[in-house]
Write a protein that binds this ligand. Sequence first.
Ligand SMILES: C[S@@+](CC[C@H](N)C(=O)[O-])C[C@H]1O[C@@H](n2cnc3c(N)ncnc32)[C@H](O)[C@@H]1O
Length: 357
Amino acid sequence: MTIRFKDVNPGQLEQLQGKVMGDVAGSLGLLMAYIGDKLDLYSALLEISPATSQELAETTGMDERYLREWLSANAAAGYVNFDGAMGKFSISPEQAVIFAAEGHPACMQGFFQAVMSVYIDEPKLTEVFRSGKGLPWSDHSPCLFCGTERFFRPMYAMNLLDAWIPSLTGVKEKLEAGARVADIGCGHGSSTIIMAQAFPNSTFHGFDFHEPSVEHARERARAAGVASNTIFEVVKAKAYPGKNYDLVTVFDALHDMGDPVGAAQHIASTLAKDGSLMLVEPFAGDSLEENLHPLGQIYYSFSTMVCVPASKSQEVGLGLGAQAGQKKLTEVLNAGGFSQVRRAAETATNLVLEAKV
Ligand SMILES: C[S@@+](CC[C@H](N)C(=O)[O-])C[C@H]1O[C@@H](n2cnc3c(N)ncnc32)[C@H](O)[C@@H]1O
C-alpha cells in the first residue's frame, strides 16, 4: 500500500505533527537533563540561583559558552527559568525536586538515565528484531542498572513499608517477630535493604543472576548497616536455595524472566506453610486498549527494548512483557501452583499482588 496524499486530513496531520514535535522536544530535553545530572549543573545552579551563565561557569569551572547554550535549552524547555531583565537563570523548588533532589520520589534523573541506556543500546536492540534472539539483562549499558536503582528505590522507600507490606495478610507481624524472606531478582538490592532496615529481627536473602548487581547490593547493604541480616547470592530464580520462607518478594522482575511459570513453581516450593508471595509489577490493565496512554507508552517501550529481549534470552523465553496485567499474571501464578491470588495494593505505576499456595 502506498501513501495516498489526497486522503490526508490537514487538521489531523497538523495535530499529530504538534504532538510529535513535543515528543522530539522531550527527547532532547531528557538529554539536556541527563548531561546536567552528570555534571551536577542543576545543584550548582540551585546554590547560586539566580545566576548568569558566567557566574555558573565560575562556580563549576566549566565552559561558559556551553553552559549558556545548555541553560537556554533548559529555559526553553521550562526546566529552569530565565529573567530577561536581569539576564539571569534560576531554578524553582519544583524544578529542583525533579532535576536535583536525589532520592526524592519525584526526582526523574534515574528515569532519564534508564532511557539513556536504551538509546546507547539501540544498535543491539534493532538487531534482535531481525534475529528474533533475546538480549540478556547483562548485555545492556550499566546506565540501565543504575537508572533502575535510582528511579525505583525512592518509590519502594515511599510505598513498601507504609502501604505494600501492611496490605499483605499477617506479614508485617511475622517480619517484626523474625521471619525468613527471599527477594528474587533483587538487582541492586534496594527493596531487600529497605526491608532489612525496618525489620532487624528478620533475615533477608537477595537473589539475582546478574553478578555485578549482586556485588553492588552487597556493598549497598554494608553501607546501610544491614550486612548482618542480609545475604546476597548470584543464582537463577528457578534455583535459589533454602526452604520455609515466610515471604518471597519479586519486584519488577517476574516479567523479565524467561520462565516465569517455572520461577513461580520454585517460589511455591520454597514457601513456608501459610507463606506469601508479594509480586510487584508495572501497573497495567488486562487489554492493550486499557494501556494506550503515556504511562503505557513508556512501559511498552521499555518492554520492547529491555524486558521482552531479557526474557527471550533465557530458557522458555515466554516474553510476558511489562504490561501483562493482573489477569495474565494471575494465570502465570496459578500455573506455578498458587491457588489464591489477589490485588493487595496499587499505585499509579505499580500493581501489588499477594499469592498463596
Ligand atoms: C528491572 S530489574 C529489577 C531489579 C530490582 N528488583 C529492583 O526493583 O530494583 C530485573 C532484575 O531481574 C533479574 N532477573 C531477570 N531474570 C532473572 C532470572 N531468571 N533469575 C534471577 N534474576 C533474574 C535481573 O538480573 C534484574 O536485576
